[in-house]
Design a protein around this ligand. Structure first.
Ligand code: F6R
Length: 616
């Protein structure tokens, strides 16, 4: 949510910052802007719309100067206008600021600043923060040896409530950027004679692999020669320089039309990476390096509680099903945003898990903090290494699927399902699952990349179906047991990238209300597995057919569907129960993708959305 880039070095800052903003645009794409230091003043270019527009429609790229900041916005306070775009300048013109987050007490601060003669050009909380820094800068001299600019930022931040990742420049300090975070991610890239700042590594990897992850409450002071990190109370912090393992090619399209398409087709390799090194030597169970909990403690845990948002929450629902089925441990799944404000009784030996691709989702982070505050251990399942959630968790499991840039989650979702299946195996083998069932389960998981590869071969046929169905305005997605959350995921994928209304339901629940929607104008996508649920699902399909509803069936190979029941049949391979949700997800990803393409939607940057939701 909002992308931040900063640069100090010897190169022309505008070109590097605009390139970084393009790579961060998936974080927010309402508006974009840059400010470059130019002989004691700022050259600013900002505009509602995409980074591309900023590059074409303004002389942004022509701005010279080697120190600057840039921003892509996802609007919170104030509409999508040129005036509300970042960077903001203080009314005395001394301070330039970009911000990701929400300043909750901005109204009171604004009132105060108005009495001091500061003026405002926008409706944003960010401009208030900018003027407050200017106020502290002009009012109070710094302590001996301290940068007055740095101290003004610290003083300001001690007065604000809310969340922020900021980068600030001061006209009097030509080659300095001060940056700070609370609840919004910031990463420093340490290059060869240059420093870069960004909200995530995508903007940095083309210039350096050496990074420092800023922590909440830390303030970074960058100069042309060096950088230092301190707390809001001016205590020095020793930086830890980490190495990024992602490569620049990971965040490029490599011939695909969209990142979503690329990431759907990357799934066999991504799943291979998620499970690499995660099977025991005897091939009967899973193993994890970073759980930081002993087998004895895990064995004694009598309840697991999963917290997540969006697609990650759907992944938790599948995991709940698998853990209860194979390990017989009760599982609770909560929306992270609800858990924090609920007051549910929690058992003593409950273990918490958070699931988050980005590791920065503020609702999930806040829920995790609440569980830890109550004294519970929280383990994190994340993709982004070094993310806030990963760092604050007591232990966890990395997904290792590389950067996910398409706003709609695809490879990260199926990888979360795989981690859930591995966990169910691990916990199951600690309890009642015997050796040979464990071996069979492991073999099934090892076969997942190939099953997904075979399912991806259905893409041309699914594309044709998508063309026939793209004009409908409503869809139902229906599945049972572990395929019910896949139905939820299918409905979410379709609505978020094509803007078609879609709902996911347990197939049998459909007759308790949603069936009223059924007509020739509302198709249903059914997940049809062979086995005990087959006849039940077929009955639900008959109920739809009797009401002239069109049916797209995603059926496993052995299902013998009554002739004429489904209008379209997508055949997926038969597979083990633990991997079926992964395989069944692929056709709905493809169907949603091709429908959105058919409707000419902006697949990777759907309206109103942004990757990594860092505001409550
Ligand atoms: C949907 C989607 C979102 C995310 C949700 C959580 O396609 O991507 O629903 O799953 O915002 O994000 P993370 O996993 O980063 O916490």
């Amino acid at each position: 949510m909002c992308g931040i880039v900063g640069y100090i070095g010897k190169q022309k800052a505008s070109a590097i910052i605009l390139e970084g903003l393009k790579r961060l645009e998936y974080r927010g794409y309402d508006s974009a802007g840059i400010a470059i230091q130019q002989g004691g003043r700022f050259e600013v270019a900002k505009k509602a719309g995409r980074v591309e527009g900023l590059m074409k429609g303004t002389p942004a790229l022509k701005i010279t100067g080697t120190t600057g900041i840039g921003h892509t916005r996802w609007a919170t306070h104030g509409g999508v206008t040129d005036a509300n775009a970042h960077p903001h300048l203080s009314s005395d013109g001394r301070i330039a600021l970009i911000h990701n987050g929400v300043i909750e007490n901005y109204a009171g601060i604004k009132k105060f600043l108005l009495t001091k003669g500061y003026t405002f050009q926008s409706e944003t909380d960010t401009e208030v923060l900018c003027n407050l820094i200017a106020y502290h800068y002009q009012k109070e001299p710094a302590a001996q040896g301290e940068s007055r600019f740095l101290e003004a930022v610290r003083k300001t931040l001690r007065h604000v409530d809310g969340t922020y990742g900021i980068a600030v420049m001061c006209g009097d300090c030509p080659a300095e950027i001060v940056s700070a975070r609370k609840g919004s991610p910031l990463i420093l890239g340490v290059g060869d004679g240059e420093l870069m700042l960004a909200s995530d590594v995508a903007a940095i990897i083309s210039r350096t692999q050496n990074v420092v992850y800023l922590k909440d409450g830390e303030v970074l002071h960058m100069t042309a020669q060096n950088f230092s990190i301190s707390t809001l109370d001016s205590e020095d912090v020793s930086p830890v320089v980490d190495k990024i393992t992602w490569k620049i090619e990971d965040s490029e399209l490599n011939g695909h039309a969209h990142f979503m398409e690329k990431e759907i087709f990357e799934q066999p390799a991504a799943l291979e990476n998620t499970m690499r090194g995660r099977f025991s030597e005897d091939g009967s169970t899973a193993q994890f390096g970073g759980l930081n909990i002993s087998a004895v403690d895990l064995r004694q845990t009598d309840r697991l509680h999963f917290l997540a948002c969006g697609s990650a929450w759907h992944a938790c629902l599948v995991t709940e099903h698998l853990i209860e089925r194979f390990a017989r441990v009760p599982v609770e799944v909560d929306y992270a945003s609800e858990f924090r404000y609920r007051n549910m009784p929690l058992g003593n030996s409950t273990l918490f898990f958070t699931v988050s691709q980005s590791g920065e989702t503020i609702d999930t982070l806040a829920a995790m903090r609440e569980a830890r505050r109550k004294g519970y251990k929280v383990l994190a399942i994340n993709n982004v290494v070094g993310s806030s959630i990963a760092r604050e968790a007591d232990g966890g499991i990395y997904q290792h699927v590389g950067p996910e840039i398409g706003v709609a989650s695809t490879k990260a979702f199926t990888s979360q399902l795989l981690v859930g299946a591995l966990l169910a195996l691990y916990l199951g083998r600690m309890r009642d699952m015997n050796f040979s069932d464990g071996v069979e389960y492991v073999q099934a998981l090892k076969g997942v990349p190939d099953l997904v590869r075979r399912t991806l071969e259905l893409a041309p046929a699914i594309k044709e179906i998508a063309k026939r169905y793209a004009h409908y305005h409503d869809f139902l997605f229906l599945g049972r047991l572990s395929l019910f959350p896949v139905a939820l995921e299918g409905a979410l994928k379709l609505k978020e990238i094509s803007y078609i209304h879609a709902e996911g339901y347990p197939a049998a629940e459909m007759k308790h209300g949603p069936i009223a929607l059924i007509s020739e104008q509302c198709p249903s996508v059914f997940f049809v597995p062979s086995g005990e649920m087959f006849n039940k699902v077929v009955s639900s399909m008959q109920e739809i057919k009797a009401r002239k509803g069109k049916i797209i069936a995603i059926a496993t190979a052995h299902c013998e569907l009554p002739a004429g029941l489904a209008d379209e049949v997508i055949r997926i391979p038969e597979c083990h129960e633990a991997v079926l949700p992964i395989v069944a997800t692929v056709p709905v990803q493809l169907l949603s993708y091709y429908i959105a393409v058919e409707l000419k939607r902006d697949v990777d940057k759907p309206r109103n959305l942004a990757k990594s939701v860092t505001v409550e």
